[in-house]
Design a protein. Structure first.
Length: 101
């Protein structure tokens, strides 16, 4: 809960930190999944005012799916699907075409 409050008041710094921690497995796969979970809770709780940061969030998620890092990709796929689904439902300007993406 404290992390989410920090994210609310310091969004840019929070999202930079999320990007740094979510796009690597250096601290272990469970840690990386926990970081993605924090991002998911942040999106769910901070829908208002998050629009300017959607591109940054999607870029972070796409870096987690890097085809050159198979372990990171495998570790991230399920949670990223959940996060993207949440984004599509919450923000009308976000859409993913299932057959091509």
């Amino acid at each position: 809960k404290t992390l989410l409050e920090i994210g609310t008041y310091f969004r840019e710094d929070f999202l930079v930190l999320i990007d740094e921690q979510a796009t690597t497995l250096k601290d272990g796969p469970d840690y990386q999944r926990n970081v993605l979970d924090v991002l998911r809770y942040f999106i769910n709780g901070s829908k208002e005012g998050l629009e300017p940061y959607l591109i940054q969030i999607v870029q972070t998620l796409l870096r987690c799916l890097d085809p050159n890092d198979e372990q990171l990709r495998r570790n991230s796929t399920q949670l990223i699907s959940i996060i993207l689904s949440t984004m599509v439902k919450s923000f009308p300007m976000v859409a993913f075409h299932h057959e091509t993406q």
